[in-house]
Design a protein around this ligand. Sequence first.
Ligand code: UGA
Length: 460
Amino acid sequence: MVKKICCIGAGYVGGPAMAVMAQKCPSIEVAVVDVSRPRIDAWNSDRLPVHEPGLYAVVRACRGRNLSFSSDVDRHVADADIVFVSVNTPTKSRGLGAGLAADLAYWESAARMVASAASRSATNGESKSKIVVEKSSVPVRTAEAMERILLAHGGGEGDDAAFHVVSNPEFFSEGTAMRDLLCPDRVLIGGRDRDAVRALVDVYAHWVPEDRIVTTTSLCSAELSKLAANAFLAQRVTSANAISALCEAVGADVSDVSRAVAMDRRVGGGAFLNAGVGFGGPGFHRDVLRLAYACDCNGLPEAAEYWRQVVAVNEYQKSRFVRRVVSSMFGTVAGKKVAVLGFAFKKGVADTRESPAVDVCRGLLGDRAHVSMYDPAVSEKQILRDTAGKVRVARDAYEAAEGAHGLCVLTEWEEFRTLDYRRIFDGMQRPAFVFDGRNVVDVGKLREIGFVVYSVGKPL
Ligand code: UGA
């Protein structure tokens, strides 16, 4: 019977995932630990370090009941029946596999922490076998590496092993983490030890219907499923984006094409078929490249090339957008004011990691445009950091557009659909251009007002 759960890593994944687990399993004590004291202090305060709608209410209800945040890593790891490892796995910036492979330094140190905490409790005669759950997004076969580290610390083998490693990748999206965690499409649990897998299934079964809990006996099938899921979604968006380029060339409308494609039941609906200025966010880019790297490392260059093309076409989509802005505005934006609406990688988040808006702004700045930016959620500090302080940050869309020659929509925030475009038009230079990178504006209406409108994948 699982009584205590500990999660190493109080980050973006660990925090929300454990909060929901604590809420749904009142009989289990859940401790989230991290070596960073400021991060733990933030989790214990009213200003959580992770912003997700609904997260604070759950944390507030469970904190002090069966959910705690602590920097006493050793104690909580030693006490736990299940240890989730949810630490950061950034992409390596140097050495073998730079830009492609994962930097597993935090991961390795977490594995060593688990091993030493467990061996200390064994010395005190409190030995019990632990389930170690890989939760971070990791390259295929990381769990095996974890097993090797644990076994090297005297973990035993087979049924007598002191540790059983299980892979349980996380699939929630930013901005909808709580909804996705409470009602997941599936929970995936991979591992060789049947009892360990069963124990984790029983935890999730507190709130997830059992037919949505998928188990595999192979650790690496579970690990690979995470990379593949993100890569498939990224590939879907990229397919729509590649079609959008052809739509513009032949005068077709990508929304019509996507809708018609999505109505085929085999395609499974219209999600992730919206063409735009390119996909962003930390997950897609990272996992497509990790998948390509895994193919390369296993002597599969053709498969690797297929996935690399997904990233290449995404880059193409962003540069194609910049080229469209520059060429429409008579071949140069030098000295012209360009308003940019939206900087986050998608609506509902303040995150700019891998945001296509960052690259588009760099392209415009490279052509010496004066960029004026507005995003409802991203802080001024973050915008300036991502653009080397080269843009002006406006308080709202109207201020950003005042006196501009062109206006680019780069995030699909709802409020951009309902702006007073007549007012914006009145404040802009002539001809007034709108470049809609997310297909949010009503093209017909804007053209009626007098704008010259370019929308991704729509007839010009
Ligand atoms: C993604 C996955 O959807 C999650 O399942 C996964 O857990 C997560 O990555 C992760 O591994 O980190 P997330 O990055 O939060 O989630 O964002 P998505 O909602 O998937 O959007 C990714 C990008 O694709 C955004 O820039 C979005 O604007 C773009 N997109 C999405 C499109 O351009 N068109 C679409 O039709 C859908």
